[in-house]
Ligand binder design. Sequence first.
Ligand SMILES: [Zn+2]
Length: 285
Amino acid sequence: MADHPRSGRRAIARPASLAAAVAAALLLGSVVLTRPASTGPAAPAGADRAPEGAGGDRAGAIPALEAAEGGRSLPSAPLRVALQAGHWKAAEAPDELRGLRNNGGTSGGGKAEWEVNLEIARLTGALLEEAGYAVDILPATVPEAYRADAFVAIHADGHNDSSVRGFRVGWPRRDATQRASEFAEVLAEAYGEATGIRRLPVATRRMRGYYAFRYTRYRHAIHPSTVGVIIETGFLTSPRDREVIVADQGRAAQGIFDGVTRFLGPATAETPAGPLPATQPAAVQ
Ligand SMILES: [Zn+2]
């Protein structure tokens, strides 16, 4: 289930002081010291390449970094995909997300939700890596101002009525990329095709307001340039949905993989795009 930290109204201290940022970076052995202090000190190594056309807030970056982030000119830099296993390591959530700590999500079929989410995330990640993408499997707590070319939060739903079933996909209510709703549609179509699970067309308010999307409120959230969606892969309380999300997780992973790759395109720029599909002559509309 999508969830809110219940500590939500607490004011958070931000931005981190530069001294704290430097101390944290040194502690982590990180060399990422060129980042503006307002974006926080930590993004995973390699995750700091903005998608094309995004990253208008990079004024503080040094020119070399700016050039490297300008697009896909780096020959060896594959697109990066984040797969968040919902509720995984929720007990380790930082203070600003303390409401997550006791939220293990739903359960069913002898599994806790986080286990199912993690299994599907790992299978999906293996498919993506095989196809040449860089992959981060993330726990419930997203690294501060996390950047990737695509972010998918993976969850499963629950209901008291075991006949309730279906999957759903949501995108952020506040989406600076303007691309998340398209990603959600592509992902939903692919996931439905691969799994046969029926789609519930309505994303819940909790999905639209998912904490990891809320970069204006939480430091541990995706960066505004990261295209993010959330998928409730099915109901863990439904025997029908469990046939896929517990007993045949490869199909769920294939669906997410198909959605991500259809949305992002090839993992690296030098991958040939392939022939264009045959088109009708323009005069014959
Ligand atoms: Zn959940």
